[in-house]
Write a protein that binds this ligand. Structure first.
Ligand SMILES: [Zn+2]
Length: 427
């Protein structure tokens, strides 16, 4: 007897009327002709069953702090960093944990079950690190929270000096933070940025860890740190384990240079994370008109065989006032900013918040194949494009075959003469 059997589901690859069988937390069979008895039987009614959403780039230490201690007036990245700096001395571990736990509730409700969060390691007390390690422990039954040691003030630039920042970062890793972060474009000079990449990649290689750097989050076409990141990845044998986050300067770079750069990134098997909501909000702020979009070159990266994921980056914090842990909102914005409007490109945007992001995080047993964890979301949509169009309702969210969250199907009752009595926005 199966634990769970979902019938009549549509899968992201387009297969219809599929059954997914679950036993002891894992998918044991996916087929079109499966009849077996199960403790729990669900008729998906042709709706889309997909693996859980994955956020490849987030800041859980800052989330839900919007307006503390003040609102970012200019809306720029740099004022955001300044506001965060003002808030840091006032942070308490309890408040950080409570806000992060609330965010994880939202995430589960939206079918977002794996999050890579950067955590600021510039604070001597490592208050945010300890808070998020506590959150990681508490949410581990339902969310995979991966933490990145992020020197927000710059590894070499920060006020406490390079030695102290490196010590803080190593202490964070010793305590259980998973990934090495960085912010080379924020260091004082291009040389210092390159030096920080070398030091941080060497540390990751030494400890057998992955790397995920905020890289070239700038409109400056001369911000070319991703080149160094790819070089160090190759030199240290870290291929496939390194992510370049943001890469917004690529938007403004010379096309000839990008034609040289793309094969180098592919050769290093670099993962790229674009953050559409935040990139479109923060970049181009010094432009008058025309204003640059400031998101990295997603279609060109994909065409070069590079894995591209989308991240939410911020929700209600010094950099961004909106958001609700909805990765379909992220995919929706990514599709618009990158003009990825063909059917296959829109499906690629769906992959950027699911399977591509899982790949960047190195998640194991992710997907809808036999042997994978029984983690999935039933959406009120019939395919990935409709899911993005409607930012579809998450009807049911499962992890290891257990129901974590449920939202009733949305229908609107209409009171119109000679028209249907209801609509749910599907033709
Ligand atoms: Zn970020």
């Amino acid at each position: 007897m199966l634990d769970l059997l979902i019938q009549n589901a549509t899968l992201p690859d387009g297969r219809e009327r599929m059954a997914v069988a679950v036993q002891e937390g894992k998918i044991v069979e996916v087929s079109s002709s499966l009849t077996a008895s199960a403790h729990q039987l669900i008729d998906a009614q042709g709706m889309l069953l997909c693996p859980p959403f994955v956020d490849a780039h987030f800041h859980m230490d800052a989330t839900l702090s919007y307006g503390l201690p003040r609102v970012n007036q200019s809306g720029t990245l740099l004022e955001g960093i300044a506001v965060w700096g003002e808030l840091k001395p006032e942070l308490t571990q309890q408040a950080l944990v409570e806000r992060a736990m609330t965010y994880c509730d939202w995430a589960v409700a939206k079918g977002l079950l794996a999050i890579r969060s950067h955590v600021d390691v510039c604070d001597e007390r490592l208050l945010a690190v300890d808070a998020l390690l506590e959150v990681k422990r508490r949410v581990s039954p339902y969310v995979d929270l991966q933490l990145v040691a992020f020197p927000q003030d710059g590894l070499l630039r920060g006020a406490q000096g390079p030695q102290q920042h490196m010590n803080n970062l190593k202490r964070a890793l010793d305590r259980g933070v998973d990934v090495v972060g960085g912010i080379p474009h924020f260091e004082r000079t291009a040389e210092q940025g390159a030096a920080s990449i070398r030091l941080l990649c060497e540390l990751a290689a030494e400890r057998g860890l992955r790397v995920d750097m905020h890289c070239d989050e700038s409109d400056d076409p001369q911000s070319r740190h991703v080149e160094t990141l790819a070089y160090e990845t190759q030199r240290l044998g870290l291929q496939g384990r390194v992510t370049g986050s943001h890469l917004t300067s690529m938007h403004s770079m010379d096309n000839y240079y990008v034609s040289k750069l793309l094969p180098l990134l592919a050769e290093a098997q670099l993962h790229v994370v674009a953050n559409p909501l935040i990139n479109i909000t923060l970049q181009g702020r010094q432009d008058s008109y025309p204003k640059r979009r400031g998101m990295t070159r997603v279609p060109e990266l994909l065409a070069s065989g590079i894995n591209v994921a989308f991240g939410h980056d911020c929700v209600m914090d010094p950099w961004y006032a909106l958001g609700s842990a909805d990765m379909l909102e992220v995919a929706h914005m990514g599709m618009h900013v990158a003009q990825m409007t063909s059917q296959s490109a829109m499906r690629e945007c769906f992959a950027a918040v699911s399977v591509n992001a899982a790949k960047a995080l190195g998640l194991q047993a992710y997907g809808l194949s036999p042997g994978c964890f029984a983690d999935f979301v039933l959406l009120q949509a019939r395919d990935p494009v409709e899911a993005i169009r409607l930012r579809a309702n998450r009807l049911m969210v499962f992890r290891r075959g257990k129901l974590l969250a449920q939202t009733p199907a949305t229908t609107c009752q209409l009171h119109l003469a000679n028209r249907p009595e209801q609509t749910c926005w599907m033709v």
